[in-house]
Design a protein around this ligand. Structure first.
Ligand code: TYD
Ligand code: MG
Length: 453
């Protein structure tokens, strides 16, 4: 009988200990150390024979390396391709994380169903019938998508060898278990082992693999941080469950930029790609309401116009409330302090609520000016005229600062029918013959004097 060996692992960061301790010395979390059975045995991986045949690699000069343009695997989903940086790279491992119920399984099943290649969708969470029901809602017929409900990696590899799929989807990594490790599925050592086996499979067979990963309460992918180091690409699917829009971001990408963003709309028949997000994110309200301002942002290289709504009211309680949805609350406090100190607006006794429509969150500093404009508009109860938008950062001394890709923002605003855009005076605008009026401002007062006379 094989000798059973146990070790202690921190369930938060994956650090291994020889004995139990109360606090992890590495990540400082309490009560996260759990004993797991680790069985050491001669390992057979997905193909026992191939590993022994591997040649040791030799160093090559950079210019000797074959640089044939990498062929990407087109997923037939424009948004998904964009976030990946042009499609899946053969032999790569992609991890898709997100809250339960956000639509991870839907997204991957949808991609698997639409692909003209042979795809194996392995589910450890739902039965074949359940997946079939979901598939019928999304895409009723597909010849190339195979569904397997299995959680043991060795059995999965057996099926892979028989089927030879072009793409493998695993839903989810936390449900897999390998025979070579004795601890329960979802434990640190199982996740690490199963991922390692899948990486070996992906690299040796040049097949792309997509993994679904659960996330924990605090929003990080469940399992050791090492999981994120092991895979090539980490994608995050996020959004507010109460809204229909879902955003796909890349947190790590060995083959492309992490600034790209994909937007989907959850419908009754699956996820719809939103190719022109600016139009859906701006509310089509004909009445001019106070407290709303439009910001011309850029996510990745993609211009995106979003609406910001603010509500400023007299504080009922002693301490005024400040809350922001989709925007950094610290940044909101900073902008309020700038308004108070540099522009002389008395907001200290006011509650300020800020919301970005569509349930999305934005990090682009260029929305600062729109945030300030919406707060002032609500404070004066004066609507901002229709057709006005903003693209500038606001500094601590109240100065209006330049942002990158201003030209692109101006063009997008013009395309959507905006008539004027406020940008920093320091911008070097090279655009000619634009119909949109570009207003160059350097201080908050310049904006106030033209908007709220
Ligand atoms: P799911 O993909 O199961 O989420 P995850 O795998 O991330 O846990 O998504 C489930 C939600 O999506 C569920 O609340 C219902 C909704 N949904 C639709 O609105 N339309 C659809 O066509 C499908 C398949 C799901
Ligand atoms: Mg799921």
């Amino acid at each position: 009988m094989a000798k059973t060996k146990t070790a202690f692992f921190c369930q938060n960061c994956g650090t291994q200990y020889a004995k139990w301790i109360g606090q992890c010395t590495s990540c400082k979390q309490w009560n996260t150390i759990v004993e797991e059975i680790v069985q050491k045995e001669e390992k057979k991986t997905w193909k026992t024979s191939s590993s022994t045949l591997q040649k040791a690699s030799k160093p090559l000069r950079v210019n000797e390396i074959n640089s044939d343009k990498e062929i990407r695997f087109n997923t037939q989903d424009i948004e998904f391709n964009r976030v990946l940086g042009g499609g899946l790279v053969p032999g790569s491992l992609t991890l898709l994380g997100g809250e339960p119920g956000i639509g991870k399984s839907t997204l991957l099943l949808q991609i698997a169903l639409k692909l003209p290649y042979k795809t194996l969708y392995v589910s450890g969470e739902e039965s074949q019938k359940q997946i079939k029901m979901r598939a019928e809602r999304i895409h009723p017929s597909s010849e190339n998508c195979f569904i397997l409900t299995e959680t043991k990696t060795q059995n999965i590899f057996q099926q892979i060898v028989a089927l030879e799929p072009d793409l493998v989807v695993i839903d989810s990594i936390q449900t897999l278990h390998s025979d070579y490790i004795e601890s329960a599925a979802g434990s640190i050592s199982q996740i690490r082992e199963c991922t390692a086996e899948l990486i070996k499979f992906a690299k040796e067979s040049n097949t792309p693999v997509i993994l679904v990963g659960h996330i924990t309460k605090d929003g990080t992918i469940a399992g050791p941080k090492i999981l994120e180091h092991m895979v090539d690409t980490v994608l995050q699917f996020e959004g507010d469950q109460n809204y229909v829009y879902r955003i796909l971001r890349s947190l790590k990408n060995r083959f492309g930029s992490t600034a790209e963003l994909g937007i989907y709309e959850m419908q009754g028949s699956g996820l719809r790609e939103v190719n022109n997000p600016s139009e859906v994110l701006i509310s089509k309200n004909d009445e001019n309401l106070s407290g709303a301002a439009v910001a011309a942002t850029v996510e990745g290289i993609r211009p995106l116009l979003i609406e910001i709504q603010a509500l400023v009211s007299t504080a009922v309680y002693g301490t005024p409330q400040r809350s922001a949805t989709g925007f950094n609350a610290k940044r909101l406090n900073m902008l309020l302090a700038v308004l108070e100190k540099r522009a002389g607006f008395k907001l200290a006794a006011k509650d300020v609520f800020l919301n970005i429509t569509g349930g999305i969150s934005v990090d682009d500093p260029a929305i600062d000016l729109a945030v300030i404009a919406s707060i002032l508009s609500s404070n004066f109860d004066t609507p901002i005229p229709k057709g006005v938008c903003f693209a500038a950062e606001v500094g601590l001394s109240g100065e209006i600062r330049t942002v990158q890709r201003t030209d692109q923002r101006i063009l997008e605003a013009e395309k959507l029918g905006f008539t004027s855009i406020y940008v920093s005076k320091n911008n070097k605008i090279t655009l000619k013959d634009t119909k949109i009026k570009v207003r160059l401002v350097s201080k908050i007062e310049d904006v106030v004097s033209t908007l709220f006379k």
